[in-house]
Structure formats: structure tokens, C-alpha cells
Design a protein. Structure first.
Lengths: 273, 328
């Protein structure tokens, strides 16, 4: 049995996937990014190998993706995150024609054609608002972990509109609202709504066609999913492995290369093209 | 003796100036605005009166400015920051035609004519990256205080480029630079140069015309002043006597003084505070965190320039109004 690895070095988290030659996932690992991207890549690779109970020599091909993909010194190939996210989404939801990926520090909207090719994409990686960082600011201001934000926001009955479009100013605004006596869940829902609106405009820029798949760390936030479905007016596919979508796509690209290598080996052995 | 008070309630600091009828500044006061601008205004006014060694009964006229200008019930009138800054700068420097005001959470470029009237204006209050908040954040990431910013930057020998256009993403950049051994002073100076670049970009959008002047807290930061002057290729006038950060309050006090003098000269008495010159907030006022204005007052969309005398349009946000309930 041959194995391949997909490594996605994001701005906030590093993800690793190992799959076998039948594209079954046999190992997963995720860790928070550190300053040194090369070290982070190494560490996530070691973690996923441990998780799969394999060693470095068992991996036939490794594809790296994400913002830190060129820092993956042990990678055989680098593929853009746009391609990997599209591939990963299609693998789990074959009817995907639009992908919305909200990461820690960037947000991407990807349009996919009927043959699985990327036809358009739009990305925000310049402004923290509309990315996971905006929720990070809420987490900081409310002094609660990220995982608590979604469930709390869903309890809101009177959401407060967040008028600022800037993450830095939003921190002040949240504290101001809380000081005036607004409930945390109402302020939080307002924050979620701001992100949903910004991401919706990104999606509209590439044109939205069903099915729409929502990936990235923020897709694990139940309030975000509910709100985006409302704002976009369409149900969303959300994978239980949504954070790994890029890494899975990278793994599939690695498999392509494995199969190509196999075919050329066979060709060599039989003397045919 | 007429005593005129100007109070500028900004997003980050509340400033006050008291002047007499010889236009001499009798006292100043400044506090952080916090989350309750009305309370900050009251506290600053108390400080000011105490600093001047007078009582509140001695004060003839109070004019307010800044984003919290409607929040002061004991004022005689409120004046826009534009008018205050323009008036103050024209008073100090009759040849100034372009004013830059870098606030804690906004940045303004103002063109004025030879009579101190506003001809054009550009404002950014949407994005922290072009404002004082960018330097404050960078200082935090470096483990410094606001007061350290200037002194550290002045020690810089090889400023490093800070390319992020986002104050939040600058954090990763700062951490990366620190981890490769770049000294904090070079990073701080890099951030200052980046901000100076954005400031001059904003000024270009109102048109660059010498002479130039700087208002706001940045006037105390020599590294910032130098960086802007370098980008402009021209010196920057700074209000005298350390009044740079108080420029808006000074302008408000000056305008208040002129109004008081005019009323008295025409034989009227000064109306009571909260009287006919003032506007009150109606119950259903449109409220943005950064600008508390009555619904009846129309204000600017920050992408359009203002020529004085042109009415401004309110752009109400109907989008998803059904979600929200801001009443408190």
C-alpha cells in the first residue's frame, strides 16, 4: 500500500492529511501556526505520521499548499490553495460549484466549472474584517474561547448592529456596547452578521451557483453557517472535516502524481508509451 | 473679561482649551474619552476650570467639537471639527492651505482658502491602518506604550518595511521581524513611515497646496512629523505652545469667542447653555459609534469630498435593518 501526504500551511493553523492510494484518509493532524513556518510544517508532518502510524519513508509523494507552501522543505510539489480547496470540496461534495473558505486571516470565494476546473476566484487577505480574525477580536473582547462563540451567538434575540468595518475598531465597539448593557450574545450575533455580509459580497463577486460548500476553520461555527445560509439564501455544504479541505485537495493532487508515476513505471516495464 | 471654552470630544481623547478675549490660552486639559464621551467631557471641563483657577460662573461661552459634540448638555453650541481645525490653523499660520489631522481612530485632510474656509475634505474613519490606532497597535505588538513610540523611532538606524495595509495583520509582520532579530526601533520607524505614506496619499486626494500643517496627537511625535515632511518634500507647520493635539478645541474656543463678542457687541446677552444655538439629539437619532448626530443633520459619506455650503447626504443603511435593535 502506498501513501501520500497533503500539507496545508495556513496563516493561523497548519493541517496535514495522509491518504492511501484509494484516497482513504488514514491520518490527520492540525496545530496552531508558529512564527517559523518551516518548523510548523515539519511538526505537523510528524504529527500526522504519528496519527497514521507511519514513517517518513512510507510516504511516496507530498504536496504542500497554503500561504506557507514554499516553506515545506520536504514537499515534492506545491499547489495553490485555490486549486486544493476546489479539489477537496469536490471530493466530498461532487456537486460543488462555489466554495467559500473563511480562514484565520483570509477569505476566498472560488467558482468551479462543470468539469471541476476553477473558473474564477476572489480573495481578501488584506483586511482582517471578514476573516477569522474578526471573530478572534470578539473572542478577545468577550474573554471566551473561539469554540464558544457560535453557540452563544445563536442564543441572541436582539442582535446589535456592528457599524464599524474594521477589526481594530470593532474591539472598542464591542466593549462600548457591553458597557451600555447589551448582552454578549446580541453583540456577538452582530459580529457574525458583519462577517456574513462581507463574505457574501465576496461570493457574489465570483457569482454564486449551487451547490455552495463552506470550508475553513470558521465553518465549524454553527452561527456562521446558519447566518450565511440566510444571507446567501442557499443551503451550504459543510464537511465534518472542513478545516482539512485544503490538505485533502493537496493529498488528491499527490495521488495524481503517484498514479502518473505508476503509469510511467508500467510503461517503462512493458516498453509501451 | 470674556472666557471662551472649546471642548473637542474625540474618539480616543477629549481635549479642552480656555481662552480670554485677547486670544490668550488660559488653560488646557485632556483626558482619554473612554466609552462614555459625555462623562469625559464633564471631567475635562472640571479639570480645565480648575487649571485656569476660575469658577464655572466666570465662563462666558462653551463650544464643543469632535464626534461627541452633541453629548454635552452644558454647551452653548457645537461646531464641526472641520471648521474648528481650519479656523485654528488659519489663525496660527495665514499661509497654510492643506491641513492633516491624524486622530486616534480617524485621519482627515482639509484644504482651506486664504480666508480659512474649507474648500475640500477627505476622511478615513473606516480602517485603522491609516490612523493613530495603527501605531498604537504596532507599539503593543512590540511590547511598548504609546509614549515609547516617538523616542524608540527616533533611535532607528535602518527602518524595515511594514507592508501590511491592516493594523491586525501587521502583528504577524512585527512578530516575524522580531524573530529575525530586527530591533523594535526599526520596526516602529517602519510603521511610522507606512502611516506617513498613507497620510500623504489622503492629502493628495484633496490636492496638495503649500503651506502644510499638522494637527493631532502626532504633533508630539518628531519621527512622525519628519516622516510626513519627507514624503511631502515640504516642512510641516505645527501649532505653537504644544497646542497640536488641542487644535480642534482651540478652534472651537476661538469661534466661541468670536460669537460671544459679536452677540455682546450687538447688545444681546449670551443665551443660556443648551439654548437656541444648540441642537439636541432626537429620540430616533441615527447612531454610528463614531458619530453621534441627530437624524435631521445630514453628514458625509466618507468617499466624497466636501465643499463648504454643499449639503451632505445621509446614507441610511436599510440593509438587514430587520436584524438589529440598537436602542439603549
Amino acid at each position: 500500500m502506498k501513501y501520500v501526504a497533503g500539507i496545508d500551511i495556513g496563516s493561523t493553523q497548519a493541517k496535514g492529511i495522509i491518504m492511501d492510494e484509494h484516497s482513504e484518509i488514514v491520518g490527520k493532524a492540525i496545530l496552531d501556526m508558529e512564527t517559523n513556518m518551516g518548523t510548523a510544517a515539519q511538526r505537523v508532518f510528524e504529527r500526522v505520521l504519528a496519527n497514521a502510524n507511519l514513517s517518513y519513508s512510507d510516504i511516496a509523494f507530498t504536496v504542500a499548499t497554503g500561504y506557507g507552501r514554499y516553506r515545506v522543505t520536504f514537499g515534492d510539489l506545491q499547489v495553490t490553495e485555490i486549486s486544493c480547496h476546489a479539489r477537496g470540496a469536490l471530493a466530498e461534495f461532487p456537486n460543488t460549484r462555489t466554495v467559500l473558505d473563511i480562514g484565520g486571516q483570509d477569505t476566498k470565494a472560488i467558482r468551479i466549472g462543470d468539469s471541476g476546473e476553477v473558473t474564477d476566484f476572489a480573495m481578501n487577505d488584506k483586511c482582517a474584517a471578514g476573516t477569522g480574525r474578526f471573530l478572534g477580536a470578539a473572542s478577545f473582547a468577550l474573554e471566551m474561547p473561539l469554540s464558544d462563540l457560535g453557540p452563544l451567538a445563536l442564543k441572541s434575540t436582539r442582535p446589535v448592529k456592528i457599524t464599524t468595518t474594521c477589526t481594530v475598531f470593532a474591539e472598542t465597539e464591542i466593549i462600548g456596547h457591553l458597557a451600555k448593557g447589551h448582552l454578549p450574545e446580541d453583540v456577538l450575533m452582530g459580529m457574525h452578521h458583519s462577517i456574513a455580509t462581507r463574505c457574501a459580497s465576496l461570493v457574489r463577486r465570483v457569482g454564486m451557483a449551487p451547490d455552495v460548500t463552506f470550508s475553513g476553520g470558521v465553518s465549524r461555527n454553527v452561527a456562521m453557517v446558519a447566518l450565511l445560509e440566510d444571507v446567501l439564501g442557499t443551503p451550504l455544504n459543510v464537511s465534518s472535516q472542513s478545516q482539512f479541505m485544503g490538505a485533502i485537495g493537496a493529498g488528491l493532487y499527490a495521488l495524481d502524481n503517484l498514479q502518473a508515476a505508476k503509469r510511467s513505471q508500467t510503461a517503462y516495464a512493458t516498453g509501451s508509451k | 473679561m470674556i472666557l471662551s471654552v472649546g471642548i473637542d470630544i474625540g474618539s480616543t481623547y477629549t481635549k479642552a482649551v480656555m481662552m480670554d478675549d485677547t486670544k490668550q490660552v488660559r488653560a488646557t486639559a485632556i483626558r482619554r474619552s473612554g466609552y462614555k464621551p459625555a462623562s469625559a467631557a464633564v471631567a475635562v471641563y472640571d479639570d480645565l476650570v480648575r487649571n485656569a483657577g476660575v469658577t464655572k460662573e466666570n465662563v462666558t461661552y462653551i463650544a464643543t467639537s469632535g464626534y461627541g459634540r452633541y453629548m454635552v448638555p452644558f454647551r452653548h453650541t457645537q461646531i464641526t471639527e472641520l471648521t474648528c481645525h481650519a479656523l485654528a490653523m488659519a489663525y496660527h499660520f495665514p499661509n497654510v492651505r492643506t491641513i492633516l489631522d491624524i486622530g486616534g481612530q480617524d485621519i482627515k485632510a482639509i484644504r482651506i482658502d486664504e480666508r480659512g474656509r474649507v474648500r475640500a475634505f477627505r476622511l478615513n474613519d473606516k480602517c485603522a491602518a491609516g490612523t493613530g490606532a495603527f501605531l498604537e497597535k504596532t507599539a503593543r505588538y512590540l511590547g511598548l506604550t504609546t509614549g515609547d513610540i516617538g523616542p524608540y523611532a527616533l533611535r532607528s538606524t535602518m527602518p524595515v518595511e511594514v507592508s501590511s495595509v491592516c493594523a491586525v495583520f501587521a502583528e504577524s509582520e512585527v512578530i516575524n521581524h522580531l524573530s529575525t532579530g530586527i530591533p523594535p526601533e526599526d520596526i516602529m520607524q517602519g510603521a511610522i513611515i507606512a502611516l506617513a505614506g498613507r497620510a500623504v496619499q489622503l492629502m493628495k486626494r484633496v490636492g496638495l497646496e503649500a503651506d502644510y500643517a499638522l494637527a493631532g496627537g502626532m504633533t508630539q511625535n518628531q519621527a512622525m512629523v519628519d516622516a510626513i515632511a519627507t514624503k511631502l518634500g515640504s516642512p510641516l507647520n505645527l501649532p505653537p505652545q504644544g497646542l497640536g493635539q488641542l487644535n480642534g478645541a482651540f478652534g472651537a474656543a476661538l469661534l466661541g469667542m468670536r460669537r460671544a463678542e459679536k452677540l455682546l457687541a450687538e447688545g444681546h446677552s449670551i443665551p443660556a447653555p443648551g439654548g437656541e444655538h444648540t441642537l439636541e439629539i432626537s429620540a430616533n437619532a441615527t447612531r454610528r459609534w463614531s458619530m453621534y448626530v441627530p437624524a435631521s443633520i445630514i453628514y458625509e459619506d466618507s468617499t466624497k469630498s466636501l465643499v463648504k455650503g454643499t449639503p451632505l447626504k445621509v446614507i441610511p443603511s436599510k440593509q438587514n435593518e430587520r436584524y438589529f435593535d440598537n436602542s439603549k
